[in-house]
Structures are given as structure tokens and as C-alpha cells.
Design a protein around this ligand. Structure first.
Ligand code: HPA
Length: 246
């Protein structure tokens, strides 16, 4: 039996539906993960859950110890990880409330520990990242959504920005020109680190606002974001709970 790894983002600090069997603070050579990992069952599905921003949502995107988090899953024997994310929508089909399983990523982050290959190298290693997400898990998520009649956009390019501030309107216009469909602050280096450890990782994003300059105008408010988080994350969890065991 394999646990499915779930990394909870904003709006998913606690996985209410998870029947927790044990908690474990996994120690790693890269320091502590964001929180103790919770092992349990989501419906029948064995799940290992880690809130990316910590148990009290206290770790901002640029301070997350992405290496420790990904290492902790590997250490726990997890092979498949769904990285949940609340994101801004850029493309016309990515309005608030949309669920998206991204198929590409562009990394605009900086100053983050983004690789495991840093020290004591016997040779230089370049992980292939042509397809940044695990296609098998992407398809499993889309099939699970289909089984429960939840509509999920099956492709999209995730632009990963540094945060914690939101973007300027010009930055979003640039991301749009680059081909980004959604924008978030935590998608990288998480996906690349999972690839370095040969884990099957997929991004599962919930759009919670129009990205800067694209909505009705005016600033993006936390009220707007929060109004989409609760119900949207609940839909995302139902999709994950409908995944087949492996
Ligand atoms: N930009 C970056 N990250 C985000 C956004 C956004 O508009 N909304 C939620 N996370």
C-alpha cells in the first residue's frame, strides 16, 4: 500500500476529511518540514498530508523549506504527490472558482533553495524537466474528476512568482505574453525538487482571483480570495478522494 502525498496550500492547512492515524515530524538533512506529516485515510484512500505553510499558516511562500518538505515525502515512502495551490487566473478560461491540473510551468522565483544537487557531487546532474509534471498522476486526477462529474481544466501553464506580494498589472501582462495561464507563488521549486527525487508530482490549482489588472479593476482583496477558497478546496478534495488506490 502506498500513501498518496498531498501538499496543502492556502485554504488547505487542515484536511478536515482526513481520518488521522498518526503524525510524524520527519527530520531531513535540509532541516524541518513545514509541519508534522499527517498519515491517515481520506475516504478509503491512504494519504500523507503536509500543510505547505505550516499548521497555522505561518510560513510565507518564499520561506517554505521546499527541500525538507519534498525530502520528507520521499523518506516516508510516498511516490505520488499532489501539490495543491491557490492561484490567480490570467487566461480567459481561468476565472475564479476554476480548478486546473497544470501541464507546464515557468519559474520566476529567485533566492530559493531549488536543488538537492549542491554539495558532495560526484558528477553534475541535470534533471529532465521537459514535462514538469507527472503525466500519469495528471491523468489520474482528470479521470477522478470525470468520475464525480467535477469540471477541471486539464492543461495550463503555471507562472511561479516570488511573492509574498501580488504582482503588478504589467508583470501579469508579461506573464500572459510568456504564455502563463495561472499565477501562484509556491509551484516552484517544489515541482523541480520532486523531479530530482524521481517522485511523481502533479499540480492541482484552484483559481481564487483574477490576476492583477484583469478583474473589474481595483486591488485584489483577501475577502475576494477567501470567498473562493473554502468551497473550491472542498471540490478539489472530493476529486482527490476519488483517485484510485495504488
Ligand atoms: N498571484 C500570485 N499568487 C496568487 C494569486 C495571484 O494573483 N492569487 C493566489 N495566489
Amino acid at each position: 500500500m502506498h500513501y498518496l502525498g498531498i501538499i496543502g496550500g492556502s485554504g488547505l492547512t487542515r484536511l478536515e476529511a482526513l481520518e488521522i492515524e498518526r503524525r510524524e515530524l520527519v527530520s531531513t538533512p535540509f532541516g524541518a518540514p513545514s509541519a508534522p506529516m499527517q498519515f491517515g485515510r481520506l475516504n478509503e484512500l491512504p494519504v500523507a498530508f503536509l500543510p505547505r505553510h505550516g499548521g497555522n499558516h505561518q510560513v510565507p511562500p518564499h520561506k517554505v523549506n521546499y527541500r525538507a518538505n519534498i525530502w520528507a515525502f520521499k523518506e516516508a515512502g510516498v511516490e505520488r504527490i499532489v501539490g495543491m495551490a491557490a492561484v490567480g487566473g490570467i487566461s480567459a478560461n481561468m476565472g475564479p472558482g476554476t480548478l486546473c491540473v497544470a501541464d507546464q510551468v515557468i519559474d520566476y522565483t529567485y533566492d530559493r533553495k531549488h536543488t538537492f544537487y549542491e554539495q558532495d557531487l560526484k558528477r553534475v546532474i541535470h534533471a529532465d524537466f521537459t514535462e514538469p509534471y507527472c503525466e500519469a498522476l495528471r491523468q489520474q486526477l482528470l479521470a477522478a474528476a470525470g468520475r464525480i462529474g467535477e469540471s477541471v481544466v486539464g492543461k495550463g501553464t503555471y507562472g511561479a512568482t516570488q511573492g509574498p506580494r501580488l504582482e503588478s498589472a504589467a508583470e501579469i501582462r508579461r506573464l500572459a505574453r510568456d504564455g502563463c495561464d495561472i499565477v501562484g507563488m509556491t509551484g516552484m521549486p517544489e515541482a523541480a525538487l520532486a523531479r530530482e527525487l524521481e517522485l511523481c508530482y502533479a499540480n492541482f490549482s484552484l483559481v481564487v482571483n483574477w490576476a492583477a489588472g484583469l478583474g473589474e479593476g481595483g486591488p485584489i482583496t483577501m475577502q475576494e480570495i477567501e470567498s473562493y477558497l473554502g468551497e473550491g478546496m472542498a471540490r478539489a478534495i472530493r476529486v482527490i478522494a476519488a483517485l484510485e488506490h495504488e
